[in-house]
Design a protein around this ligand. Structure first.
Ligand code: HEM
Length: 522
């Protein structure tokens, strides 16, 4: 047998490749590779079985690797996979050697509280200008957040956005009626709610709404959340595959380019022109909330106080895209599920129809309707459009932090919460899987939109910047729907299976559809 002066593995490899060589470079490379591999295996085993995380229950592979989790992320199934793990292992589950998921109310509070040391986990590459959504540094984030805050107060929005929201909602109903007239009274309301959400966001950011709705086009896609979601998933699943996709495959296929270079769409250079265009408009009508924000950003006292005199064009454009990304789809999806839930309960549907029949269509009046609002809250509890993973990391405290007084989490571990599971945890909600709007009619029930056990818009300093706008959109669109289309029914194509939520950055119904049969009188 030919033995070598290096290693048995080196010998095997050379044998296998038929390359019998005594090259010292080859032998050194093999030794270095073995050292690297051994170090990684020993380190991974140490973290898997001897780190404090080993106390946290979970599937056997979750202690060693996050590959199974990544596989589900790539298939748009993270939300359901994580929920199934909670049902099996409880409110804390280890899903990877360095990632834990929790739906425990106390832990969620620790992670999302104002002043928390947990930081948003961001996967946006360094060369992309961060937007309000992706900024990690709490100081930088607080500057940006406080800057936009004044534009998203309820009273401001009722002046600036409410008329457009109402007009757009009425246009959506016209579109639904037209579609139904051409297709045996059946209309895919999901499509129209997505158009509605997108149109409002286009209006808010770029000053151009209505166009999508009129043309019946789905999205003017400046941002591609689905592709971005896939790009991040690939980069986490396998760096080599990601690099091959990004630097090789994306040159040969537009499809591959859309996925593996999705972040390029987030680079705002091309959209600078759009943001600039909005800044130049002086007529009141053309100046949207965002356009005003852009103008004010040039000379803002609050920014000055932090050593900055204005947001740069790149920052402004990045934020415009960030709002588009964060704001359009969750509204459309939340509306789809709201209508789906109500139409499954004809008695509740009747009550909502009666409640909105004679009401003035203003957000202030709609906010006082108990049945409508209880159905909205209950639908957001079970089927909110952005109830997916909120990933956070604690990189500050040496020695780790004690989460909910229960588990020591070593520095650098990612801990994710998802409202989908927080809202299905039987410790938090009685009979959690049952859609029951009446639980919100109980006077003892808090109606706060963010509590330790109810977080459709997240909580603390990273809570949704525009939840007042989101709620206004949902209230107005739902009221116009039930006022204009009484007696609507779910089509047979709508089943629990077709409405399973899939996770593509935001959450969507699996079949991207929710068909409704309009009553013949409409
Ligand atoms: C029903 C509709 C909506 C839901 C369920 C929703 C939910 C959420 C959630 C859960 C977050 C936290 C995300 C995270 O921490 O990773 C968030 C953040 C955010 N949302 Fe919404 N959202 C909705 C509508 C909107 C709308 C209409 C806009 C814009 C006009 C918007 C703008 C934002 C922004 C800018 C953030 C980032 C906040 C920050 O990090 O400071 N959202 N939203």
């Amino acid at each position: 047998m030919a033995t070598s002066n290096t290693s048995f593995l080196g010998y095997l490899i050379r044998e296998a490749s038929g390359r019998m060589t005594d090259s010292p470079v080859f032998n050194t490379a093999i030794i270095l590779f073995i050292i690297y591999l051994s170090y990684n295996i020993v380190n991974r085993l140490r973290i898997a079985y001897f780190s404090p995380l080993s106390r946290i229950p979970g599937p056997w592979h979750g202690h060693l690797t996050g590959l199974v989790l990544r596989y589900h992320i790539l298939n748009g199934n993270r939300v359901n996979y994580v929920q199934s793990l909670h049902e099996k292992y409880g409110p804390f589950v280890r899903v990877s050697h360095n990632e834990v998921v929790t739906c425990d109310a106390a832990a969620t509070k620790d992670i999302h509280a104002v002043g928390t040391t947990w930081r948003k986990w961001s996967h946006i590459p360094d060369d992309i200008t961060p937007n309000i959504f992706s900024i990690v540094d709490p100081k930088q984030h607080s500057i940006r957040q406080r800057f936009y805050k004044k534009f998203f107060q309820q009273t401001t929005l009722r002046k600036t956005m409410e008329p457009a929201v109402l007009t757009t909602a009425k246009m959506a109903i016209q579109g639904m009626k037209k579609d139904a007239a051409a297709a045996g009274n059946v209309v895919n309301v999901h499509e129209w709610f997505m158009l509605f959400g997108n149109d409002i966001m286009s209006l808010l950011t770029f000053g151009e709404g209505f166009g999508l709705m009129e043309k019946g086009e789905r999205v003017v896609s400046v941002v591609t959340p689905v592709e971005l979601h896939k790009m991040i998933a690939w980069s986490e699943l396998s760096i080599p595959i990601f690099l091959i996709g990004r630097f090789v495959l994306s040159h040969f296929s537009e499809r591959m380019k859309a996925v593996f270079r999705a972040d390029v769409a987030l680079n705002p250079t091309e959209d600078k022109a759009i943001a600039q265009l909005r800044m130049d408009r002086t007529d009141e009508e053309g100046r949207t909330v965002f356009a005003r924000a852009i103008e004010d950003a040039k000379e803002d006292e609050m920014l000055k106080g932090h050593g900055k005199t204005r947001l740069t064009d790149d920052e402004i454009a990045a934020d415009a895209l960030g709002f588009q990304l964060a704001g359009a789809e969750p509204v459309g999806v939340s509306l789809t599920y709201l209508i789906w839930c109500i139409l499954q309960h004809p008695d509740v549907q009747k009550q909502v129809e009666m409640e909105v029949a004679d009401v003035e269509l203003s957000d202030a009046a709609l906010e006082n309707l108990p049945i409508l609002n209880s159905t909205i809250l209950e639908s957001l509890r079970l089927w909110g459009g952005n109830a997916t993973a909120m990933r956070r990391r604690e990189d500050i405290t040496d020695g780790g932090v004690l989460l909910a007084g229960l588990y020591l989490i070593p520095k650098g571990t990612v801990v994710s919460t998802q409202a989908y599971s927080l809202h299905r945890n039987p410790d938090n909600w009685k009979d959690p899987f049952r859609w029951d709007h009446k639980r919100w009619l109980d006077p003892a029930q808090s109606h706060s939109i963010s509590t330790d056990r109810f977080q459709p818009f997240s909580a603390g300093s990273r809570m949704c910047a525009a939840y007042h706008l989101a709620l206004m959109e949902i209230r107005v669109m739902a009221a116009v729907f039930f006022k204009s289309l009484p007696g609507a029914r779910l089509a047979p194509s709508v089943t629990p299976e077709s409405m399973v939520m899939v996770d593509r950055f935001n959450l969507f119904p699996k079949h991207d559809s929710c068909e409704v049969i309009l009553s013949t009188g409409n």
